[in-house]
Design a protein around this ligand. Sequence first.
Ligand SMILES: Nc1ncnc2c1ncn2[C@@H]1O[C@H](COP(=O)(O)OP(=O)(O)O)[C@@H](O)[C@H]1O
Ligand SMILES: [Mg+2]
Length: 225
Amino acid sequence: MRGIFVTGTGTGVGKTVTCAALLSRFRLLSFVRYWKPIQTGIEDDDDTATVQRLSGCDPARVFDQGVRLPRPLSPHLSARLAGTTLSVQQIVEQSAPLTSGAAIVEGAGGLLVPLNDRELMIDLMHRLSLPVIIVSHSGLGTINHTLLSVEALRARQLAIAGVIMVGERNDENRLAIEHHGRVRVVGLLPQFADVTPGAVQAAARALDPQGLIERCLTIEGAART
Ligand SMILES: Nc1ncnc2c1ncn2[C@@H]1O[C@H](COP(=O)(O)OP(=O)(O)O)[C@@H](O)[C@H]1O
Ligand SMILES: [Mg+2]
């Protein structure tokens, strides 16, 4: 499977809106599909439906399968309360229909969110072995959170395709993350007054100006440098 894994410095940081923008940005690459392998709190949050609505893409561009659990909690806890257990292996098996194309995969929470007693989100990322996009806030606190995520990814030999910052433009934070993290910031999504399909799709055009994400979607192993 080609593609990218979209993680973030935490929950609520803007991963879903970023995924919608990326799907819109690459709408002409018909082989690219969005995938949310683990969704908790399904009674209130359905990132798959949100991405389809905000991106304005055809329903065929989202792969609506995966673990869907009630209660907006960490996956290990939502699973336990639902009387089930998750495993990396089970989720990797569900990705089979995507192997011939490319995927924009959205995690749940950040990197070290547990899936069960033994496995974390980053273990799933390691198995999928896709280059990673880190979504982070643009404002105060982001340098520390983003650099911690970079370190965790490097400790597992995961390739980092880039960082996308969400919020008011902050060049000092961008430069500090690029310098200390040795990563590229490949996009900024502004703070929208209203998160509408029109606003997201317009902002999407400025993402990935150097084509680094596009390479990951079109070439297997593109970011492994
Ligand atoms: N650029 C933005 N401008 C304004 N609100 C945003 C922006 N990005 C995300 N949000 C809002 O912040 C909340 C969390 O965003 P979401 O993309 O769902 O985060 P995550 O997927 O990381 O949990 C949502 O209510 C979303 O509409
Ligand atoms: Mg989300």
